[in-house]
Write a protein that binds this ligand. Structure first.
Ligand code: NI
Length: 253
């Protein structure tokens, strides 16, 4: 398969440290034409922009992940605003809420998420949103600020997906649709309008079956696309082509 756009990856992760160059080259040759690397704290945002400078097919998102909210510097928003000036910074992300791990106190998570939603609107950039077991608060804040963007690795119900779509946002789906217990993600994959679907890996995490538990990379997206194609009665290449067009439209690439 070709023309694949991985809208969410973390190639600055230490699990790629020893073979990053070979991996990205192989991924590109396998049919992946675009990747967005997502920063999670100031240092990984800087690494993300270095990847953008080095690889023509890599674009970047800059933001503070909810896990890192508590440790973010006081001037984090100012720093993100500066980093977002890079010509290949196409989104504010990865931002959001995570009530599963609760690595940062919820009030601090909400505060920095809200500030970054405001920043994204001010810069007219889309957001890449992480929502884990925080559906209602996420939906409330997205409804309040109405940013452009995507809820990545979407784990809500089909009904919530419709709410997100109504806000004008996109739904990111990855390896989770191939998991054995994937009832909810598959209902989402089947029911959302196809012009709101984005494909993603969250590499190195969330490898699709049959690679579950192993290191993920963008070349495995066809397994995710196949599963979505199956429940929608389309070809996997059609799903990939449509999702790539959607991603280019959203991120202005
Ligand atoms: Ni991520």
């Amino acid at each position: 398969m070709k023309n694949i756009f991985d809208t969410h990856a973390h190639y600055d992760d230490e699990r790629f440290r020893d073979d990053l160059e070979e991996t990205l080259t192989a991924v590109h040759q396998s049919g992946v034409s675009l990747i967005i690397n997502c920063g999670c704290d100031i240092s990984s945002c800087k690494s993300t922009l270095e990847l953008c400078d080095k690889f023509s097919f890599v674009y970047g998102a800059v933001g503070i992940h909810p896990h890192e909210a508590e440790d973010a510097p006081e001037n984090a928003i100012e720093l993100i605003r500066e980093l977002a000036k890079h010509k290949k910074a196409v989104a504010i992300g990865e931002i959001g809420l995570d009530y599963h791990y609760d690595f940062s106190p919820r009030e601090i998570q909400k505060d920095i998420f809200e500030k970054q939603l405001i920043l994204a609107n001010e810069l007219d950039l889309p957001v890449i949103v992480h929502d884990r077991e925080s559906h209602q608060d996420t939906l409330d804040l997205l409804t309040k600020y109405r940013p452009k963007g995507v809820v990545h690795c979407f784990s809500g119900s089909a009904q919530m997906a419709q709410e997100i779509v109504k806000l004008g946002m996109y739904i990111g789906l990855g390896g989770a649709v191939t998991f054995k217990n994937a009832r909810k993600p598959l209902e989402v994959a089947q029911s959302i309008p196809l012009d709101r679907l984005l494909l993603e890996t969250d590499a190195p995490y969330m490898s699709p079956v049959p690679f579950r538990g192993k290191r993920n990379d963008s070349s495995l997206i066809p397994y995710t696309a196949e599963k979505i194609a199956e429940v929608r009665g389309e070809s996997a290449q059609f799903i990939i082509d449509t999702a790539t067009e959607n991603g280019k439209r959203l991120f202005g690439i």
